[in-house]
Design a protein around this ligand. Sequence first.
Ligand SMILES: *[C@@H]1O[C@H](CO)[C@@H](O)[C@H](O)[C@H]1NC(C)=O
Ligand SMILES: *[C@@H]1O[C@H](CO)[C@@H](O)[C@H](O)[C@H]1NC(C)=O
Ligand SMILES: *[C@@H]1O[C@H](CO)[C@@H](O)[C@H](O)[C@H]1NC(C)=O
Ligand SMILES: *[C@@H]1O[C@H](CO)[C@@H](O)[C@H](O)[C@H]1NC(C)=O
Length: 668
Amino acid sequence: MSTATTTFIFIFLLIIFPIATASLPILGLDSFLSQQSRLDPQASNDSFLSLSSSLKKSLSVQSFTTVSSLISSLLSLKISVPVTVKLVGSFSADSQSLLSSFVNAAVFSDKFHVIGSNPHHLAVEHSLHLDVSHSPIATQISEAIRAEISGSTSSLRSSLHSVPYSVVDRIIKQDFEKEKPVQGIYIYLLNLSPQSKPYAYSYGSGEASPAFTKCLGTIWTGRDRYLWIDLAAGPVNYGPALSGEGVLPRGEFHPLAALHGRPKSHKTLLADLASLIWSAYQVLLVPSLRIPVPFESSLIVQFIHVHSSQSKDSIGLDWKSIERTFMDEVNDAGLLLGDQSLRFKTYDISFSECPICSFAISRSTNSYTSRFLFENYTLIVSEYLDSKRLHQILSDSADEFRRLAEIPEEDFGIILPVYVFDLDYNRLLLLDRYHQSVAFRDMVIAVRTTSTQTVSDYSCNGRHVITQTRTLERPLVGSILQSMWGVSPTHLLWNRRDNRTLVDYTWSIGQTPFGPFSELSSLSFVQKDAARRNILLTSLNYTITSALDVLDSIASHGGERNLLKQNRHVEFVQRWNLLKYKLDKAISSLSHLDFDMALYFLRSSEHDLYAIHSLVYHASQELEASLVCFKDPPFPWASVSMAGVAFFAFLYVYAKRDKIFRNKRKQF
Ligand SMILES: *[C@@H]1O[C@H](CO)[C@@H](O)[C@H](O)[C@H]1NC(C)=O
Ligand SMILES: *[C@@H]1O[C@H](CO)[C@@H](O)[C@H](O)[C@H]1NC(C)=O
Ligand SMILES: *[C@@H]1O[C@H](CO)[C@@H](O)[C@H](O)[C@H]1NC(C)=O
Ligand SMILES: *[C@@H]1O[C@H](CO)[C@@H](O)[C@H](O)[C@H]1NC(C)=O
């Protein structure tokens, strides 16, 4: 919008409208809407049309006086995130209140962030609502760990005794189940008495060996909405090995190591724990969106396997297991919204019959030189694939690939092609030097060669992490989550203050399909909630933007009383009140983690928004028509300037008509 228009709107707002007042609750609307949500769960019909006359009457009360108050009410929608912290073990009696006050002092409300779009924030805010309580399961957990440590031999490779996470998780999960039905997310902080040996948790099966690095951790995020942190375990460290970006849990100053190192005062310990809770909140509970994701009811993942004709090794590339990872959650009602469906399809392309494939690979191959010290300094030239160039070629030749793989046309929904280049090449070839798989907005690209492993640039507990380069399942699950649902990797978040993406590996261990330290491809509540929340937030932000557009256009016509006469004005007020009511309900459903209900209210509000857009559009057209017919004696300065203003406003709406009406084209 031009500065002139903004100034113009602003002046009008100043002249025409005085102060704002708050909205009133409307009796009976709640039960009406919940009945509607049962009758018409997809909100395909406009609920306004079946409102009773008494409800319409109560909706006609104009609870606002200015358009600017409407704008600010739209921009202050805030989702509250209920978090219960359970203190397990030796915490003094005042811990509860101290911890609450520390967290509340640190936490302010903030907007949801998006890494891959500019502006990097949404119009919706979030805020943490903390509840702290004690839980009496400490002895039980301590005993279980003690039994595990004494009953197993410790590894020679590590100074930490590895304890399977399930030893503790079993007990905590049980405690969590007892709390059901739960509201919000539970964070268990375990402050247990020391064990005979230092220990940390292992997450996969099997022992560590020179070829398999096992990264031990001290945390776990559940499939249900809880996570636990064992402060007595460790200290562990994991992160970039030599150089590279990333905050890593290392050293006694990291809050995960709060209990290690020099003894601390009780207050310092609680302050550390508050910062741990704050970090978990930002990274796990209100994570940044990777990209904005629109709602589509049909989601299709197309695996396109480009392989050399003789070998087709499915070890490490088991489509069924990737599909199962997602479908298990879908069947558990944990990943999709409302009537969404998710399908997986596999296609094959033989490398030898695909000239474009070899072209794509050879065009994107790059090399880099690094210096290694063996007996003397030796220069080593390694190759890698440039993912951006590969993406470009694949986008340009999508039709060719579709023809070769015999992929049928799909008309609806989001289709995510996952290209996997399975090359008969005996040297290491990764994407952009480091990645087995890279996620783009519109596709996922992965590559493997016959080379089986490489030393990565990451280390955990002093050992380099070995990447199994032929195993693509976990990297693919992570990439699909990013492209299809906009779920950010566990180590990335948008940092508003520095205006850039922050890399922090603290939570990148345990149950997460992202990152070099995790061995599991299963999803925790963090990814499942983010997948659904991201879609709802994108839609909600869209609705807000569209509502702001229509308010701008009302303001540019001199306010709603000037533009909308009698019946139209009554309907505008009713529609607006209903729209705002539904948005508030969507926000409160999101706060209660009731994603399907939030979807219903968002879909239902589309009808009201559209009705407001058409009211304003028709009214502004009539206003134009009446001004065109109006003729005055010579030099009517007042009318000329008025007409000029109106003409300008008309031009504005005309120029924006596409934007105003794109709402109609938006398919929910
Ligand atoms: C929507 O309205 C139409 C016509 O009024 C009706 O036939 C249809 O059953 C309604 N759909 C739902 C889901 O209520
Ligand atoms: C450096 O070592 C490599 C083998 O490790 C050897 O082939 C090469 O000749 C050596 N170069 C020099 C300059 O000594
Ligand atoms: C953040 O960075 C982007 C690009 O680097 C720039 O366009 C934008 O103005 C910056 N925003 C702030 C608030 O500094
Ligand atoms: C979210 O809404 C704000 C305010 O209308 C807008 O500036 C921003 O571009 C929107 N972001 C996305 C990703 O739609």
